[in-house]
Design a protein around this ligand. Structure first.
Ligand code: GLA
Length: 733
């Protein structure tokens, strides 16, 4: 990978005549190029983004008719355009005229950063447009630094992270929408004229509804393993807006950044407003190709401990809910240990003295152990976990408070609420959001974690929950002038607190949970190891949720738990093999009371967990995804495969999604294998006495990718229900 600013001798000569300097900036990853025209004193122009191009091609791009569109359009001179940045200057002037000042390159922690410094033609107002690349990663990160030295604050009304023109054509948008229990639903449609806006204004849980990531397929209807695709992920945990404007010009214009709605930012002189990273990726290997690029980058650069495999755990929530008791906790530890698990996580319900957390109406904020339920305290649980040979983890929801809590009684000024308005409550009709813009609240949140981890350094895992949106826009901390900073300052407060936590506790594993999948976002993951993908643990619905989530997030980040039948969210009854086969395609765990399982079920789980740890986990958690058959295509089944980068092992998943009698199911062609190598098939989590016909047989990668194997669509077991699924390990000879 290299980043170069090619000075075009001809253009430079011509412009030198006028005392100016012309530069073409080419930002390369191994397989992609982004080219800009940065002529001093002129607008920064975007020329090209796509597969790698040579310097020769780059130098003649304009003549080829490539885009010559402003790369970071400002508001004012041409008010008809959708701007990336819009401001009101200290003197009331509403226009910007940003021109190139100079271009600089630097290397930082192995990454190369190119910065195009823009300055206003009149005002002392500057914007640095940054691009960062890493060796061996197919991602270009872009963001801006906005600053000025005007006499009074400048109001920022729009402050996008990045802007990307995409040539008009048969371009299709794939994006994720959803709601509680139904996160990351895939939507897919051609881009038509007008503006498509994807946004979230929850304030706290920004992936609970639409995700801040999109893919654009440039060659018509999206295909998983073919075609040119651009992926864009806004790495921000707060309110965001991604707009794609298709006007009568030759370009679809993608603008992504913090949602500026009710968030006008008053920027003081010399203060720098840094926008969140917009990560871009391009692949000519279809949607899955872009996913693989994001997964590599996510694991290496954008999540905590992306180089370590995540443990198999049992979480207590669906097993006992709030009914935490020491003997049950210990029994659960013994059970998960006996099934081969590595970690036990005690969920909600363990705290509160004056207001014990027996239900969701009280206790949040008072993180003191309830010794009625846990006489031996947390140390007692840690000791028990040690005895059983598993690690111990604990649930907290530090950004929240119940009004029925000692914290709220002492500090009602710490919650978010607007003056002169009745407070709005969340869960339990008493929950409120603490004002993370307030440094005192930041200290409280830091101290919650610090106290737990100082007193109990053996806590190996924290489930960090956040179950309420910002309601009643109002900060009791921010000045009247700065109320519009609330959403932005909340996330600054949160991330700086997480920085403090990670500086002191770099090793603890932390899960981001936000009413389920509300924090599946690269703006949050740098401090977190994984997220709770959804509160919905129904295996069938999880096939859809995890499919969508995998567009940008690697399997190791997706907590996926085997839960009870009938399922607690959907009441659907599915066999244990199917439930396990779905959970094994992510970070496997359990969310069940093992005492309610039969001996045979526990044995089945034990075998599956051992196989997962030995054979599946390394491939799924760190391998390359190839999605094969989409559940959203309605063909009755879904299938995907993870392969090692060396293509010496792969795990193939197949799940029936419409269990209709005598329905014809398509045969699934595999992908991502080496056509020249032979692979031996071994069924994982096998429950049938008779092996599958192809068990132990060897097939070439070419055959598997051109034809595939015929999946038996029913399970050959007594009392089989209609939900069949298969997991196959393919090992190269
Ligand atoms: C949220 C989470 C659940 C569980 C409960 C506990 O709903 O998403 O997984 O932790 O809170 O109250």
């Amino acid at each position: 990978m290299n980043i170069r600013a090619i000075t075009l001798s001809l253009a430079a000569a011509a412009l030198t005549f006028c005392g100016l300097h012309a530069e073409r900036v080419k930002i390369d990853t191994k397989n992609t190029s982004l080219v800009l025209q940065a002529d001093k004193g002129k607008k920064l122009k975007h020329l090209y983004y796509g597969g790698s191009i040579s310097d020769t091609d780059a130098s003649a791009l304009k003549q080829a008719g490539a885009a010559n569109v402003n790369a970071y359009p400002d508001y004012g001179v041409d008010p008809s355009n959708e701007p990336a940045i819009a401001v009101v200057h200290a003197d009331g002037n509403m226009t910007l005229d940003l021109v190139v000042d100079n271009v600089s390159n630097r290397t930082e922690n192995g990454a190369e950063i190119t910065t195009i410094h823009l300055r206003d033609a009149y005002y002392p107002f500057t914007v640095d447009v940054n691009y960062r690349t890493y060796p061996d990663l197919e991602i270009i990160e872009t963001w801006t630094d906005i600053s000025h030295s005007e006499k009074k604050p400048v109001t920022l009304n729009a402050f996008a992270s990045g802007y990307l023109p995409v040539r008009y054509g048969d371009v299709w948008l794939s994006n994720l929408y959803g709601s509680w229990g139904n996160e990351a639903r895939l939507d897919c449609q051609p881009l038509t004229h007008g503006m498509k806006v994807i946004k979230n204004r929850d304030g706290v849980r920004n992936s609970a509804t639409a995700h801040s990531e999109v893919m654009l397929s440039l060659d018509g209807k999206p295909r998983e393993n073919e075609g040119r695709v651009i992926g864009a992920a806004l790495c921000y945990g707060g309110n965001y807006r991604i707009a794609i404007d298709t006007d009568a010009s030759n370009y679809h214009r993608l603008i992504a950044g913090i949602d500026p709605t009710q968030s006008a930012y008053k920027l003081k002189a010399k203060e720098t407003f840094t926008t969140p990273v917009l990560a871009l990726s391009y692949s000519n290997e279809g949607l899955s190709g872009v996913s693989r690029n994001f997964h590599h980058w996510g694991r290496e650069k954008r999540m905590a401990h992306g180089d370590k495999l995540n443990d198999v755990l049992l979480n207590s929530w669906e097993g006992v809910y709030f009914d935490i008791k020491e003997p049950e906790m210990e029994q659960m530890m013994a059970d998960i240990a006996s099934m081969g698990g590595e970690l036990f996580v005690m969920d909600d319900g363990w705290f509160g003295v004056k207001y014990p957390r027996d239900h969701d109406r009280q206790g949040l904020g008072d993180w003191t152990v309830d010794t009625r339920k846990l006489p031996g305290g947390i140390q007692g649980l840690i000791d028990a976990a040690k005895r059983h040979g598993v690690k111990f983890g604990i649930w907290i929801e530090p950004e929240m408070v119940n009004t029925t809590s000692e914290l709220f009684e002492k500090h009602p000024e710490y919650v978010i609420r607007a003056e002169h308005r009745d407070p709005t409550y969340g869960r339990g009709k008493t929950q409120m959001v603490l004002d993370m813009a307030n440094p005192k609240v930041q200290d409280i949140v830091f101290t919650i974690v610090d106290t737990l981890l100082t007193k109990y350094p053996e806590i190996a895992y924290i489930k960090w929950d956040a179950n309420m949106p910002v309601r009643n826009h109002g900060s009791q901390y921010l000045s009247a002038d700065n109320q519009s900073h609330l959403f932005i300052d909340y996330h600054r407060g949160l991330t700086s607190t997480l920085d403090r936590i990670r500086a002191k506790y770099p090793d603890v594993v932390i899960q981001a949970c936000a009413s389920g999948g509300g924090r599946a976002n690269y703006g949050i993951l740098p401090w977190f190891d994984e997220f709770w993908t959804s509160d919905n643990t129904d295996a069938l619905q999880r096939v859809y949720i995890q499919w969508g989530t995998s567009y940008f997030y690697p399997a190791m980040a997706m907590a996926s738990h085997i839960s009870a039948a009938p399922n607690h969210q959907t009441s659907r009854t599915m066999n244990l093999k199917y439930r396990t086969d779905v959970a094994m395609s992510g970070r496997l765990g359990m969310e069940i009371q093992p005492q309610n399982m039969t001996e045979q079920e526990r044995e089945q789980c034990h075998k599956a967990i051992e196989e997962y740890k030995a054979e599946i986990r390394p491939v799924v958690q760190t391998g390359d995804i190839y999605r094969l058959l989409s559940p959203y295509d309605g063909l009755g089944a879904a299938s995907l495969l993870y392969a090692t980068p060396e293509k010496d092992r792969a795990v193939f998943f197949w799940w029936k999604t419409e269990p209709f009698r005598n329905k014809q199911y398509p045969r699934v062609k595999m992908a991502g294998l080496d056509p020249a190598r032979n692979y031996t098939v071994k069924e994982m989590n096998r429950v049938e006495k008779t092996p599958l016909k192809f068990e132990g047989k060897t097939f070439s990668g070419r055959y598997l990718m051109e034809n595939g194997l015929e999946m038996p669509v029913n399970l050959n077991v007594d009392n089989a229900d209609e939900w069949a699924s298969r997991v196959l390990l393919l090992t190269a000879q």
